[in-house]
Design a protein around this ligand. Structure first.
Ligand code: SF4
Length: 456
């Protein structure tokens, strides 16, 4: 599998035309494996390079380091995993140059245009001439060794211990523990990018801005795709979600690994294909459900898993709630009790259960007690916004839940929707649109803090 990644990275190297990497923020680990394959590397001065997996759990797969900066310097950084600020990277030849962050795009584009004045056939020959010299030095075999060692490093005792620790305390914390003795990367806390206590006032300002945004969104629904007021762009599908509790439950189950709009439309389409959404009928009809989900266009990418979850959900509704999914929440349960009831369904974990509690209360007007016991959903968009806005110190579910409880004790889940929507709309993984972000005025915009945030 690692070899397939490397093949992809090497497309930059083997592309006929020259490639330029304009680097901002962190470029570490696998990021360097890819970027160092580009022909020209220009970085913003705030960028940082490095290969911290040198310390445990990896080796550089594309093995470009020696070829770019020479044996001595490559060993200096490989054998420590130390971080390399952009200016140093330029000084030692790892990259071409470091320019002020705000000029990175413009400068890189100007360089590309300057190169483009040379005929393409000339560029191809010159690139090949340079690259072939490196190939003659044995780059292909270095790369094979890099791939092999990267795999081995993940299975040494130290590598296995690292994975075990990450499973125990979370990847971010395990990485922090790895880097603490060196005092760099996430353990550095300088240049305002990674760590540090931002203070309660700053957090409160962000939380208040999130709540103001949520109130404005409730007054004027924003976009059709939001899980807000209208679940989908189809009024009949929306009506079904509001009128049929089992349809709502199915949508919650579907809301995984696909776009929200598609997940919330699924119950409506499923009913059209099955002819019903009757839990009692669905219990014994896994094949029929599978076929309905699988029929093109597929209702979900995980056909087998989703079919099993639906059958099991139908069984629980029939046996525990007398066939009425509405009975899960019709007795005004407390928020934490309702969340536990939802988490009893296979396919519904903390994230989806917390989201469902919040939507039931906010959008469907379901009476739920003790909303101060509600949670934010530990969702990828929420996590990104919580980290970049420095509401949270680190990426950990319990920590983020605690943060939300401390900042909005009356209803922690109220921070969920605005963070989710902002994360999805403006605070995207790449190129966040801070200029138009509704909390842009109070957010510290610590973009790099969400670098390791992946998942659903
Ligand atoms: S888009 Fe920018 S301003 Fe908005 S939350 Fe993300 S980092 Fe903050």
């Amino acid at each position: 599998m690692i070899g397939r990644y490397v093949e992809t990275y090497m497309k930059l190297w083997y592309a006929r035309k020259p490639t330029i990497a304009a680097v901002q923020g962190w470029c570490i680990g696998g990021g360097t494996d890819m970027v160092l394959c580009a022909d020209i590397i220009i970085a913003g001065e705030g960028a940082t390079f490095g290969y911290p997996p040198s310390r445990v759990w990896g080796t550089p797969t594309t093995a470009m380091w020696v070829y770019r900066m020479g044996l001595e310097k490559a060993k200096r950084y490989m054998l420590t995993g130390d971080e390399i600020p952009a200016k140093t990277a330029a000084d030692i030849g790892l990259i071409l140059e470091a320019v002020p962050d705000e000029r990175l795009q413009e400068h890189s584009m100007a360089f590309a245009k300057r190169m483009a004045m040379v005929p393409a056939n000339q560029l191809m020959m010159l690139k090949l001439l340079c690259n072939q010299t490196v190939e003659n030095m044995g780059m292909a075999s270095s790369r094979q060794l890099g791939i092999l060692f990267d795999g081995i490093a993940r299975h040494t005792q130290e590598g296995l211990d690292f994975v075990e620790r990450a499973n125990e305390v979370g990847f971010r914390q395990a990485v922090r523990e790895r880097d603490d003795p060196f005092g760099d990367y996430g353990s550095r806390g300088t240049r305002g990018q990674v760590t540090g206590d931002r203070g309660q006032d700053g957090r409160k300002g962000v939380a208040e801005a999130l709540l103001r945004f949520a109130a404005a969104a409730a007054a004027a629904p924003l976009q059709a795709e939001s899980v807000n007021a209208d679940f989908t762009t189809n009024p009949e599908a929306n009506a079904l979600l509001r009128d049929d509790p089992f349809a709502f439950l199915i949508a919650v189950l579907f809301d995984q690994g696909i776009r929200a709009e598609r997940a919330w439309l699924a119950p409506y389409l499923l009913r059209a294909r099955l002819g019903h959404l009757n839990p009692a009928k669905m219990v014994g009809d896994e094949d029929g459900i599978r076929s309905a989900i699988e029929t093109s266009p597929k209702l979900h990418r995980f056909v087998g898993k989703m079919s099993r979850w639906l059958v099991e959900a139908a069984r629980i509704v029939v046996t525990d709630y007398a066939g009425d999914a509405g009975a899960i929440w019709s007795s005004s349960p407390d928020a934490d009790v309702l969340q536990q009831r939802l988490e009893a369904f296979p396919g519904i974990g903390q994230k989806k259960a917390a989201m469902a509690v919040e939507i039931l209360e906010r959008e469907l007007g379901v009476s739920i007690g003790h909303m101060e016991r509600s949670d934010i959903a530990y969702d990828v968009h929420v996590r990104r916004v919580f980290l970049r806005s420095h509401l949270a110190e680190w990426d950990d579910r319990n920590h983020m839940i605690e943060v939300a409880r401390a900042l909005h004790p009356a209803q922690p889940s109220a921070l969920d929707y605005p963070a989710w929507f902002i994360g999805k709309t403006w605070c995207r993984p790449r190129r966040p649109d801070c200029g138009n972000c509704p909390i842009g005025e109070v957010c510290p915009k610590e973009i790099a803090r969400a670098e390791f945030v992946t998942g659903a």
